[in-house]
Design a protein around this ligand. Structure first.
Ligand SMILES: [Zn+2]
Length: 128
């Protein structure tokens, strides 16, 4: 399957799983693979209709769906987070990012689990 087909399939499947789980019409309006100059890569899933409350209450299930989705795209699920629309509890996007060493140091610094108010971290694997 081409990368585009893989993304299309993953988007539909995750959207269906989230709708079934939450019982609300969550829309995954766009799913993008990205590569950054620093060496980070991953996928961004832009969402509509998903609230921080949903994420907190169903975190365990959502984390599993997200991990499965990302793994199906051959992306290591080592750093999974949601980005909030600033000043609201509405989720703008869900992201899986394979961090380069430099960004890993930046995100890994500090002991707090949530380093920034607009970012909700679901999974961050520490490196040995
Ligand atoms: Zn980076």
């Amino acid at each position: 399957m081409s990368m585009t087909q893989e993304l299309l399939k993953a988007r539909t499947s995750l959207e269906n799983n989230l709708r079934e789980l939450l019982g609300v019409p969550v829309f995954l309006i766009e799913m993008d693979a990205f590569a950054l100059p620093c060496g980070c890569g991953g996928v961004t899933i832009n969402t509509r209709g998903l609230q921080l409350d949903d994420l907190e209450v169903f975190e365990e299930h959502i984390l599993k769906y997200l991990t499965d989705t990302v793994t199906s795209l051959d992306i290591e699920p080592s750093f999974l987070f949601a980005r909030l629309i600033p000043g609201t509890s509405e989720i703008a996007s869900i992201n899986a990012r394979v961090l380069c060493n430099s960004c890993y140091m930046d995100f890994g610094r500090g002991s707090g689990k949530q380093p920034r108010p607009d970012i909700y971290i679901m999974r961050f694997d520490r490196r040995e």
